[in-house]
Design a protein around this ligand. Structure first.
Ligand code: GLV
Length: 328
């Protein structure tokens, strides 16, 4: 029987699905460090991960490994050139999380704009003594300009929701999306600089890469309106969190909503110190239905990649499909 590592706690029924096909080593505890990960992968044919860093050193310690299935759409935890050099297939879980993640982007953006967390903390602290005309004045969503940076599948799902809010939608992306998609979404392409200058609410949904490191830093924050909000549902490292904490402290922008952080689960102390930011622990895709769909899709990818039967070669979401053509 082939052996696999499930590197993280996941839904037990998904582990049971895998147990029907493989001998499963399940880490149902805290994330494994690189040495322990390498040790546990030494005799494995496949692995299911969720954000665990896998690079050349771990792959070199795993001579039998043929596939690593990430339970996430983002895969910046994988060193893909190292996967290619080691002939190991990498897979991810796109699409199944688009709508839940877009819902959450809106929730975070609206919570930041309308000061929901800040006012709730105040209420819970027993500070509410009566209605005030100027209590927790925020910025409007309806009729404002939404600026989406990263117009992939999740960015497009965000844009579709803007129609009900009567918003102008502007976007920036590495490359312009097809004219027909722009027309359907009513979305207008702008340079990053123009988007930052014009948007009332900027939402980040681009994948992390070295080129995207600190896409939003002090210079970009300085371009934004003092009444604008910034929401990051993409990845830590796309925003310079220290620069953002300063901008929020000095009210150079109105508010932010952050689901991802540089060095998470650590959070920059400057962000914890300011009231005008909504902070959530990387839960944008976390509806019951979507997280189950992601876990099952990661399992489907793993099973197809390790199958000798009819599933072989029909891996749903290969990241580096050229590896499928080769043998290890
Ligand atoms: C979550 O962050 C994902 O990439 O799916």
């Amino acid at each position: 029987m082939q052996k696999i590592l499930v590197a993280r706690p996941i839904f037990p029924d998904v582990v049971d699905r895998l147990r029907a096909h493989f001998e499963v080593d399940w880490n149902n505890g805290p994330p494994l460090g690189p040495d322990e990960l390498a040790r546990r992968l030494a005799d494995k044919d496949g692995a299911l991960t969720a954000g665990d860093p896998i690079g050349a050193a771990v792959l070199a310690a795993a001579p039998r490994l043929r596939v690593v299935a990430n339970m996430a759409v983002g895969y910046n935890n994988f060193d893909i050139p190292a996967f290619n050099a080691a002939n190991v297939l990498a897979t991810n879980t796109p699409d199944v999380l688009n709508e839940s993640t877009a819902d959450f982007g809106w929730a975070l953006m609206m919570a930041a704009a309308r000061r929901i967390s800040e006012s709730e903390r105040w209420l819970r602290a027993g500070e509410w003594k009566g209605w005030r005309h100027d209590g927790f004045l925020g910025v409007d969503i309806y009729g404002s300009t939404l600026g989406i940076i990263g117009m992939g599948r999740i960015g497009q799902a965000l844009a579709r929701r803007a129609r009900g809010f009567g918003m102008r939608v502007v976007y920036h992306n590495r490359s312009r999306v097809a004219h027909q998609i722009e027309a359907e979404l009513g979305a207008e392409y702008l340079s990053k600089q123009m988007l930052l200058q014009q948007a009332d609410h900027v939402v980040l949904v681009l994948p992390y890469s070295r080129e995207n490191h600190h896409t939003i830093g002090a210079a970009e924050l300085a371009l934004m309106k003092p009444t604008a909000t910034l929401t990051n549902i993409a990845r830590g490292g796309i925003v310079d969190d220290a620069a953002l904490a300063e901008a929020l402290r000095d009210k150079r922008i109105a508010a932010a909503g952050l689901d991802v952080f540089e060095g998470e689960p650590g959070v920059h102390p400057g962000l914890l110190a300011v009231p005008n930011v909504v902070l959530t622990p990387h839960i944008a895709s976390a509806s019951e239905t979507t997280r189950r769909a992601m876990a099952n899709l990661a399992a489907d990818n793993l099973m197809a990649a390790l199958s000798e039967g009819p599933l072989a070669g029909r891996v749903p979401n290969p990241i580096n499909p050229q590896v499928l053509e080769r043998t290890r």
